[in-house]
Design a protein around this ligand. Structure first.
Ligand SMILES: [Zn+2]
Ligand SMILES: [Zn+2]
Length: 94
C-alpha cells in the first residue's frame, strides 16, 4: 500500500469552484464572478491577436470569445449551479 500525495484544495473567492492552487490562481483571475476579472486571453481589451501558425505566419485579431461569454446569462448559470451544490440551506447568523 502506497501513500498518495494529496494537494490542498482551494475555493474560489467569488464562486463555488474548488481546485488545487495552480488551477484556482488561474481561475480566480478569470472567474466570471470576479468584479475585477482579468481576462487571460485579451487582458480586458475585448480582442486579442493570435498567430495563424502557417507558412506565412500572420497575426490575426479576433474578438475575445471569453469576454463575449461574459453576459448576465452566465451569472444565472453559475447561480443555478451553486444552488444545485447546496444540500442544506444557509442559516442566517445575523
Ligand atoms: Zn470562481
Ligand atoms: Zn477577453
Amino acid at each position: 500500500m502506497k501513500e498518495v500525495k494529496t494537494q490542498k484544495r482551494y475555493k474560489c473567492d467569488f464562486c463555488k469552484k474548488r481546485g488545487i492552487v495552480r488551477t484556482m490562481k488561474f481561475h480566480e483571475k478569470n472567474c466570471y464572478r470576479n468584479p475585477r476579472r482579468v481576462c487571460s486571453a485579451c487582458n480586458n481589451t475585448g480582442k486579442y491577436e493570435y498567430d495563424t501558425g502557417d507558412d506565412n505566419s500572420t497575426m490575426v485579431e479576433v474578438i475575445c470569445h471569453y469576454c463575449e461569454k461574459f453576459d448576465p446569462q452566465k451569472i444565472e448559470d453559475i447561480k443555478e449551479y451553486e444552488l444545485s451544490l447546496q444540500d442544506k440551506p444557509l442559516t442566517d447568523k445575523d
